[in-house]
Design a protein around this ligand. Structure first.
Ligand SMILES: Nc1ncnc2c1ncn2[C@@H]1O[C@H](COP(=O)(O)OP(=O)(O)OP(=O)(O)O)[C@@H](O)[C@H]1O
Ligand SMILES: Nc1ccn([C@@H]2O[C@H](COP(=O)(O)O)[C@@H](O)[C@H]2O)c(=O)n1
Length: 424
């Protein structure tokens, strides 16, 4: 009997933090009490349950303040990681990248999921949510506990609320369902930032990154699949959050322009759009276009032409073959950038055919859209899709669209008048 009691007691002590915590957590406790008595217990419990993602048990984080979450979505290479680092530097959010967490788990020695994750990443498909969600919750909890510890050490009355930027999640319906099931109301989803670029830019950035990233998916075959996943699986999730009014779309194609300064300024310029510099003679540095032009006019730098300008002849040839469809432009502001560079250097960049061809396609598609309505004597037109047109290009056909609608209105009025006359 005595041996059994000793054995049970030993067993209990071996699992001490877990048993202790499981018994204690349901009680409503004040944060400071929890911290001063059990923070080490929480830690070891958390590590037991979460560092090993094979273990299905989940830590009950009801005793910690409900954190805020911003999801950051966008195609591969949209700049999610880059922008999240800038935001977290500026505003102190904790940046968690689902892709980075999966890559880390994949490379963890002995991980049961390594192969599965590697296969999904190579194919640009989405890993089952049970794995991704636990990795995210694990990382969030680690940070929330660090905040709790900090409050405890500084004898604060309340624990700071965690602010998380979750990059690359939820990527499909399974991700969204899993998030609702495992996390749900435990966090406050504040916003969904969506970084958008033309497909060509996603491709260019990832292939360029592939020259040094060592990533298994920065290659043309994987990129095709990743773009497909983004379009068919992630965009419906963006639409879902749009209906909840949580989406903020951001044009992520703004390329900075590279300059070579002729002056020295060892500090950074802290501008609203980011921090730029330091500036050293002969050392290339990226800055916004307006700053480049300004410095150039003061003879303080030379401007390096963006690489996409060299690809314009290729795009011009390809667009010449396409009679009815606009091909993706190099970036959203390509025409404005060209114009500024042409003005600055007083020489023209040979792409007038490309510009004319695109304008002709746009005008033709708007014209056809309304002609169909007139021909069929319809009062309404179908959905307008002007894929791959940039904002500057759309302005060119704005007047045509306005005129088209005006004429449709007249048509409508005439039809109504005619039907009223019939009744008399
Ligand atoms: N505004 C930008 N202009 C030019 N290049 C950029 C810009 N933003 C990011 N990049 C570059 O594009 C590449 C992809 O950026 P980043 O890793 O931030 O994208 P991501 O959306 O996190 O990609 P992924 O989803 O594939 O992990 C990087 O090499 C980065 O330096
Ligand atoms: N929620 C997620 C996020 C990512 N993946 C997989 O990782 C790959 C790379 O992700 P990036 O965010 O770094 O582009 C992605 O293509 C997926 O295979 C995932 O499965 N679930």
């Amino acid at each position: 009997m005595f041996v059994i009691i000793i054995k049970r007691w030993l067993n209990y002590s071996r699992n001490f933090p877990v048993n202790f915590l499981l018994k204690q957590t349901p009680k409503p406790l004040n944060y400071c009490q929890i911290l001063s008595t059990k923070i080490d217990g929480i830690d070891s419990c958390f590590y037991r349950f979460f560092n090993n993602i094979n273990n299905n048990k989940m830590y009950d984080w009801n005793n910690l303040p409900r954190p805020n979450v911003i999801f950051v979505l966008g195609g591969p290479g949209a700049g999610k990681g880059t922008q999240c680092s800038l935001i977290s530097e500026k505003f102190g959010h904790v940046h968690l990248s689902a892709g980075d967490l999966l890559r880390k788990e994949q490379n963890t020695f002995g991980s049961k999921y390594g192969e599965l994750i590697a296969e999904h990443i190579k194919n640009g498909t989405i890993v089952p949510v049970e794995i991704t969600c636990k990795l995210l919750m694990n990382a969030m909890l680690e940070n929330m506990i660090a905040l709790a510890k900090q409050a405890n050490e500084n004898e604060q009355k309340s624990i700071a609320v965690g602010n998380f930027l979750i990059d690359g999640f939820p990527r499909n319906q399974d991700n969204l369902d899993g998030w609702r099931k495992f996390v749900g109301d435990k966090v406050n989803v504040e916003l969904v930032l969506v970084l958008e670029c033309p497909e060509q830019i996603y491709l260019e950035r990832c292939l360029k990154r592939g020259q040094h990233s060592g990533r298994a998916d920065d290659n043309p075959e994987s990129m095709k699949k990743r773009l497909d996943t983004h379009l068919n699986q992630t965009m419906p999730i963006v639409n879902y959050y749009e209906k909840l009014n949580l989406v903020k779309r951001i044009d992520a194609s703004h390329d900075l322009i590279e300059i070579v300064p002729t002056f020295r300024y060892d500090r950074q310029l802290n501008l609203i759009t980011g921090d730029f510099g330091p500036f050293r003679p002969s050392v290339p540095v990226k800055v916004p276009m307006w700053l480049a032009i300004n410095l150039h006019r003061q003879n303080k730098c030379s401007i390096i032409s963006p690489t996409w300008i060299n690809d314009l002849p290729k795009l011009q040839d390809a667009q010449a073959q396409e009679m009815n469809r606009l091909l993706p432009p190099p970036n959203e502001h390509w025409r404005e950038t060209l114009k500024l560079l042409e003005q600055e250097f007083g020489r023209s960049i040979q792409c007038s055919e490309l510009i004319e061809r695109r304008e002709a396609i746009l005008k033709k598609s708007v014209h056809e859209l309304f002609r169909e309505a007139y021909d069929k004597n319809q009062m309404f037109i179908g959905d307008v899709t002007l894929d791959n047109a940039t904002s500057a290009e759309l302005i060119l056909v704005k007047e045509m669209i306005a005129k088209g609608f005006k004429r449709l209105q007249e048509l409508r009025r005439n039809v109504l008048l005619a039907s009223n006359r019939k009744h008399y």
